[in-house]
Ligand binder design. Structure first.
Ligand code: ZN
Length: 144
């Protein structure tokens, strides 16, 4: 028979952890969704948008050519493990994804962060509001 003192804290811990994960993800999801709706209103249709964040700092950005002049050093080094920035790897151009652009804002602000520590909403295609899975480069870069 299990000791109830050991059973209850584990159960509570799981509940609290799930609740915290839900809260964290829902804030990012809500920000991304609102941003995509705003683009639709203005009839602007980038391929994808996403919200990246860590603790208090959250930023939505879109897929576009990466600004090589203003890049987090940790993110640049991680991208270079896949290939040169702007080169095509695994079917996608490195640095053009919404994930990279959004995460760069967060990593420039919170310089201690590693790429895999950045949280993301789902990526959304504003034209259709469909959720998009991350590409292979982003899976490798951010471990998502
Ligand atoms: Zn990607």
């Amino acid at each position: 028979m299990k000791d109830p003192v050991q059973v209850v804290p584990g159960f509570l811990f799981n509940l609290v952890e799930k609740w915290l994960m839900y809260r964290k993800s829902s804030v990012l999801e809500r920000r991304a969704h609102q941003f995509a709706l705003g683009l639709q209103t203005r009839k602007l249709y980038p391929a994808a948008i996403i919200c990246a964040g860590k603790s208090y700092y959250k930023k939505v950005d879109r897929s576009k050519p990466f600004d090589s002049q203003c890049i987090s050093n940790k993110l640049r080094l991680r991208l270079l493990t896949i290939g040169d920035i702007h080169s095509k790897q695994n079917g996608n151009l490195i640095g053009y994804c919404a994930e990279v652009n959004a995460a760069n804002h967060v990593m420039l602000k919170l310089k201690h962060l590693n790429p895999e520590e950045v949280n993301f909403s789902s990526a959304i295609r504003p034209r259709t509001m469909q959720k998009m899975p991350p590409c292979k480069n982003c899976k490798l870069t951010f471990n998502i």
